[in-house]
Ligand binder design. Structure first.
Ligand SMILES: [Zn+2]
Length: 293
């Protein structure tokens, strides 16, 4: 599943193509992947119109929080994109063919910012359909509703903010890092990589780390996520960026997917277990367990 580095890199690559573009037409092939929030009741509406999907609007820019991306129009309305397990969002320049046509659910036909010439298509594809599009009347409405449920974004997390978020739970540090309400953007891959890099056992109690470890953990989260962004994120299966290219950070994973292989630091075989229903890989030799018994 795409996590913060993949969505941040996606936003940066789409920033080179989308701002200023006019949405000339929208083809919605699978209406059930779109949710529309009613401004008053805040309940999902049944019918989604192409106006909700920014038809006739000019794209102002992109915003990200955690693993979610927003396409914001100059006129106000915004779309929140969640890639789920297998979602892809990419810009297909004018005059080029779509590289995949199967499982394409929504296509925005664009016109260039100044010239008004055809500017290609923005394509949303999602074979497993765990992702989707959410329409909002404004970015403020998205921030006040859907994104207000999320914790602080992990990319620039400060020690105090992290410590405060983790102090509220007696769950394991692995489960806490995966909880988007506590801290937004970290999923199974980066949780394992971050805990290995910070030398913290995944079954440590989130609220029981020594003070210095919160500082180390916050620094590790910022550094590791930023490095992953710089490498275009991790493509384990389906993820591609806004140009349709895969990320290369998966080749740098030190623990994720490496259970029973030697630790790159001490040589001991890495352990595999299940925490919060997710496969978890760690080194029992390098990662210290902090827990009150
Ligand atoms: Zn080790």
């Amino acid at each position: 599943m795409p996590e913060l580095p993949e969505i941040e890199h996606l936003a940066r690559t789409l920033e080179t193509a989308l701002p200023g573009a006019l949405v000339r037409n929208v083809s919605l092939l699978r209406p059930d992947i779109v949710r529309c929030t009613d401004r008053r009741s805040r309940r999902p509406q049944r019918r989604v119109s192409r106006d909700d999907l920014l038809l006739g609007r000019r794209i102002q820019g992109l915003l990200r929080h955690g693993k979610e991306l927003a396409i914001v129009s100059r006129e106000g309305p915004a779309i929140c994109v969640h890639l789920g397990m297998s979602g892809q969002l990419w810009h297909c320049p004018a005059g080029t063919r779509l590289r995949r046509r199967d499982h394409v659910h929504c296509v925005w036909h664009l016109r260039a910012p100044r010239t008004g010439r055809p500017h290609g298509r923005l394509v949303f594809r999602d074979p497993r359909r765990f992702g989707g599009l959410w329409c909002f009347a404004s970015i403020q409405e998205l921030l006040a509703t859907r994104w207000s449920q999320l914790g602080p974004d992990a990319l620039h997390i400060r020690t105090g903010t992290l410590r405060q978020a983790l102090s509220t739970t007696s769950r394991s540090i692995k489960a806490a890092l995966l909880d988007q309400r506590l801290i937004a953007g970290i999923g199974n891959i980066y949780a394992d990589e971050i805990l290995f890099a910070a030398g913290i056992h995944p079954q440590s109690t989130a609220s029981e780390l020594p003070a210095a470890r919160y500082r180390l953990l916050a620094g590790t989260i910022r550094r590791l996520l930023a490095t992953a962004v710089a490498h275009g994120g991790s493509t384990v299966r389906d993820y591609v960026d806004g140009h349709g290219s895969a990320g290369s950070y998966a080749s740098r994973h030190l623990v994720y997917g490496r259970a029973a292989q030697p630790c790159t630091s001490c040589g001991q075989l890495l352990s595999g277990t299940t925490i919060a229903q997710r496969t978890t890989v760690f080194c029992a030799g390098c990662q210290a367990l902090f827990r009150q018994d």
